[in-house]
Design a protein around this ligand. Structure first.
Ligand code: WTA
Length: 673
């Protein structure tokens, strides 16, 4: 590595906007903050964008989407009906068409002679490599599809998947898709009790999991932990266990089966089942405003159209030459759409990384980019902020010149992090796509198009063709410039279809505020004079920690399930690192007062109930919580207290002194820190 006089190591990154060696990175970024917009690099020409598309999409959205669905996907039975909007908000797309998602992700590429192409470059924690080709994936997917059938899984049955970042997770999803089973993937970082809840509410028949998972050099026994929580679930007939780490895993005769044994004995041929376009593809549980997670349901044809179209367009994918890497976990929607379905449907080559960004060292991501010659990199703002904290010397150790496009997702990106990403990682030459979307939307809806859209750091910019967002004021009036509630005014193919077994909650959550044909996103946003969207954040009781969605109610109910706790209220506080952080105001039973050990115990308790990501960053002991006279906790005031803001009107409170006492405590704690 060479290093510059200022110690930033920037010349090793090949950046083209460092003027001289003695300009410090910090100063440079501050100067760049004054740049309002970045025009597309003149030599970056979008492969897929045609100006005529935007016009066509605006003129006749269903016809535009029909065209995408026909050209991007292979159909067993072509559709004649494009959009059935006779019963909003229960929209149906391409209803009389039939197709199979796994055939679109695998068979068609193999049939076209691309079977030897690498689908997944897998990188293990200790540097192990696996090159999984399209033929490999197809072979395993067929065997697992037959294996699942042997275990009694049929069309419409739910299969749980609780796996780390290993290629088998893609096989598991695709095998379900092949036979019309509905997968329900649970993020590997969730606690087994959260897995249990998600399996129980979806009546999962089979769970595919792993012996153990590696994390930073240690191995955690997953199967054992799963057994302890899920052993007695009635509907769960079988557990399939992938041998990944070799750690001891209990196998219960008759119920459990090793993945490799199931594959070995299975018939190698499993023709893909032609499925109705509206056949359910997967359920993915996500946090909402109550403690009960929402089972977001996506279906076959519309979802795959959205994932395929957006992945190719937004990432300007050249399936022949790009090496694409999305650093998300497959347990989130980003992993579903942009690690598995979008890239595979487009026949791309992807990197899949098992490990953490700081193991064995903080340069592991950049090492992988250099070694695998990654061209497109997609990550979360929170990860970028962590890298900023670690310093530019880590990316500086590596040649990142293969990169040509960068993306972000999951939370608003602060301009400074955007600029650091642009400069230190992208060498000043890569367009950045700040992609806004949600589990519910299935695919990216608002994002710059590389080579087309001028970017403004911090703005997700403008909607993709065929997507119609708008801002409304509290009373439903359109906002053309300024802030408002973000809504989508026309259906799109990859939208959720309902909440699993809860149509009423679906209507109530998304389509009750402004009518049955207006999708309410749950975010507030600002629209500027150029028509650019700036996402502000959630307006419901959802907290976004490091791009992970958590509900305040879910965390509260985990805290109050601890025997020492009488009452708890959870709010978000802004955090430089994680975007938002969880602050818990907790009242202990019998007026006990808590100490540091109690805080540690509560945090651990939340980790075992939900997962580590839900642990409160801060616990504040409250003798009482601010409540209205009718007993409702005033979260707005707690948020003000947590942020150290001027407190608003407290006259409606039952006991106004409570707030002053808490505010005093928090101010004291802040001063101590
Ligand atoms: C937030 C993740 C700002 C937003 C794909 C949304 C963003 C929620 C962005 C969905 C972005 C996602 N800029 N905020 N580019 N992308 N969000 O369901 O609040 O895990 O409603 O889907 O993340 O989170 P989810």
């Amino acid at each position: 590595m060479t290093s510059t006089a200022d110690g930033t190591g920037l010349d090793a990154v090949g950046t083209d906007i460092v003027g001289t060696d003695d300009v410090s990175l910090e100063r440079e970024l501050d100067q760049l903050l004054a740049v309002e917009r970045f025009d597309p690099p003149p030599d970056f020409v979008s492969r897929w964008y045609r100006p005529a598309d935007a016009a066509a999409a605006a003129a006749d959205p269903p016809a535009f989407w029909a065209e995408q669905a026909r050209t991007l996907l292979d159909w067993d039975t072509p559709f004649t009906t494009v959009l059935d909007d006779s019963n909003p908000p229960f929209y149906r797309w391409f209803t009389d068409g039939r197709l199979n998602v796994s055939a679109n992700c695998l068979d068609r590429h193999v049939a076209a002679g691309r079977g030897d192409k690498v689908a997944i470059h897998w990188v293990g924690e200790e540097g192990e490599r696996r090159r999984v080709t399209y033929s490999d994936l197809l072979a395993d997917t067929q065997r697992l599809a037959n294996g699942l059938k042997e275990l009694g899984v049929g069309k419409g049955d739910v299969v749980g998947i609780f796996l780390p970042m290993i290629p088998e997770v893609a096989v598991a999803m695709l095998a379900c898709a092949r036979i019309g089973a509905v997968h329900n993937v649970v993020f590997g970082g969730f606690a087994p009790s959260a897995v249990r809840e998600r399996m129980e509410v979806s009546d999962a028949k089979v769970l595919i999991t792993v012996d153990g998972a590696r994390r930073k050099g240690r191995t955690a026994p997953v199967k054992e932990a799963v057994d302890a929580e899920l052993g007695d679930l009635k509907a769960l007939e079988h557990i399939v266990v992938v041998r990944s780490t070799g750690i001891a895993a209990p196998i219960r005769e008759g119920r459990d089966v090793w993945y490799h044994e199931l594959l070995e004995r299975a018939d190698p041929v499993a023709p893909p089942e032609p499925l109705d376009a509206e056949h359910p593809l997967f359920i993915l549980y996500s946090s909402g405003s109550t403690a009960k997670p929402k089972g977001i349901l996506h279906t076959t044809g519309g979802y795959l159209t959205g994932a395929t179209y957006t992945h190719r367009l937004v990432f300007d994918l050249d399936a022949d030459s790009d090496v694409y890497w999305c650093s998300a976990d497959v347990g989130w929607i980003t992993g579903h759409s942009y690690i598995v379905y979008g890239p595979l449907s487009n026949g791309a080559t992807s990197v899949m990384f098992e490990g953490a960004p700081d193991y064995p060292d903080r340069d592991i991501w950049w090492k992988i980019i250099e070694e695998c010659k990654v061209t497109i990199f997609y990550t979360a703002p929170t990860a970028i902020r962590t890298c900023i904290k670690w310093g530019p010397q880590y990316p500086g150790r590596h040649d990142l010149s293969s990169l040509r496009l960068l993306g972000t997702v999951g939370e608003p990106i602060n301009p400074k992090a955007w600029l650091w990403y642009h400069k230190v990682i992208g060498g000043g030459r890569c367009p950045i796509v700040d992609t806004w979307w949600q589990t519910e939307t299935g695919a990216i809806l608002i994002s710059p198009l590389p080579g087309v859209t001028s970017t403004k750091p911090g703005s997700a910019t403008t909607p993709l063709p065929g997507i119609f967002p708008a801002l409304l004021s509290e009373d439903g009036q359109p906002v053309t410039e300024g802030t408002g509630v973000l809504v989508i005014t026309k259906p799109w193919p990859s939208m959720l279809r309902t909440l699993y077994r809860d149509d009423e909650r679906y209507v109530q959550t998304y389509f009750s505020r402004f009518g049955r044909d207006v999708y309410v996103v749950g975010d507030a946003a600002r629209l500027d004079a150029d028509g650019y969207f700036w996402i502000i954040g959630r307006i419901d009781d959802v907290i976004n920690v490091s791009g992970h969605r958590l509900s305040t109610a879910e965390v509260e109910s985990a805290i109050v399930s601890h025997e020492l706790v009488a009452e708890a209220a959870v709010v978000a506080q802004s955090d430089e690192q994680t975007g938002q952080a969880i602050v818990a105001f907790v009242t202990l039973t019998g007026n006990q007062s808590g100490d540091d050990a109690t805080i540690a115990e509560l945090r651990e308790h939340v980790a075992t109930r939900i997962g580590k990501l839900a642990r409160p960053k801060r616990v504040i002991w409250a003798d009482d919580l601010p409540k209205t006279r009718s007993g409702k906790i005033m979260r707005r005031l707690l948020r003000d207290i947590a942020e150290g803001r001027e407190l608003g009107d407290v006259t409606t409170l039952r006991d106004p002194d409570v707030v002053a006492a808490l505010a005093g405590k928090v101010a004291q704690a802040d001063a101590d820190e």
